[in-house]
Design a protein around this ligand. Structure first.
Ligand code: ZN
Length: 293
């Protein structure tokens, strides 16, 4: 907590330098290049070695989910062009949650692409101010204007592409997961493959008990995990490459396994692991609280 408080104080005095410097090593580590590639059908990975960015293509215009760091933006643009697509053909920008490691590059990318940003109401204030509304121990992100609010169940439609938004708060108040269907003639005879792009289910330092800035954090986590139980994706993805074993799957894909990212058993397993980790952390935080007087 001392660290968090110190960070908050530094934040209020020196907006970018001090806290950003704390994270400089992590930023560089997470921003290493990753060759872009097709996951399946019209879904492509265009992110960095650790921080995801997903391109969903359609002849009528493309959708990009997440632009991690400001310094990732040129790399992600280059990845998109390397795959043969045009950055100017991106029509919509989406974001899984308003933290520096997923949203800092949105402002730069919005200028490059001319696309509009659609995001949840509960993450809007963080995106537009650059400061997390729900906690004070994180580096800022480059402020970016939200052009349209995504509500639970909204569908982002372009051409024949449909991307459904699921509000799954907890990690942030507006954490948003997405589902879509894609078809790939190399996999399952081209039958539709359901894809889940899950917002972070990790606590990652969030205060779950007596958090005046986000009192519903623990309840939101539990509700979101319960709601997401019914999703049955053939392909599970999240926004940290390590969270779905990108490197191992990509290696298998390069070895000729076109279905390397298809695993219907992965999401139930990951969700259960996340739920158990959450309960352990909640119990730990409750035990840390001073006894009521
Ligand atoms: Zn986060």
């Amino acid at each position: 907590m001392k660290i968090a408080l110190a960070s908050a104080l530094l934040l209020s005095v020196t907006p970018l330098s001090a806290v950003a410097q704390d994270h400089a090593g992590q930023r560089a580590e997470w921003n290493r290049p990753q060759q872009p590639f097709r996951i399946a059908g019209n879904l492509y990975y265009v992110g960095t070695s650790e921080l995801a960015a997903y391109l969903i293509t359609d002849p009528a215009g493309h959708v990009l989910i997440d632009v991690p760091l400001a310094e990732s933006a040129p790399r992600i643009a280059a990845n998109i062009e390397a795959l043969g697509f045009k950055v100017r053909d991106i029509r919509r920008l989406l974001v899984n949650h308003a933290h520096w490691d997923h949203a800092d590059g949105l402002a730069a990318f919005k200028r490059l692409s001319g696309a509009t940003l659609w995001a949840s109401a509960a993450d809007r204030a963080t995106l537009e101010s650059g400061r997390a509304t729900d906690r004070d121990d994180l580096p800022p992100l480059a402020p970016v204007k939200v052009d349209r609010i995504l509500r639970d169940g909204d569908v982002v439609a372009i051409g024949t592409t449909r991307i459904k938004a699921h509000l799954t708060p907890g990690h942030t108040p507006g954490c948003t997961s997405f589902t879509l269907e894609t078809r790939d003639p190399r996999i399952s005879q081209g039958r539709p493959l359901k894809v889940l792009l899950a917002c972070s289910m990790t606590v990652a330092g969030q205060r779950l008990v007596n958090n005046a800035r986000y009192p519903a954090a623990a309840d939101d986590f539990q509700r979101s995990m319960a709601r997401m139980k019914s999703i049955r994706p053939a392909i599970f993805l999240n926004f940290h490459a390590g969270g779905f074993d990108l490197a191992a799957k990509r290696a298998r894909q390069l070895d000729g396994d076109a279905a390397a990212f298809v695993d219907p058993s992965e999401w139930p397993r990951r969700r259960l692991e996340a739920e158990q980790a959450f309960q352990t952390e909640l119990a730990r935080q409750k035990a840390e609280q001073p006894a009521a007087r």
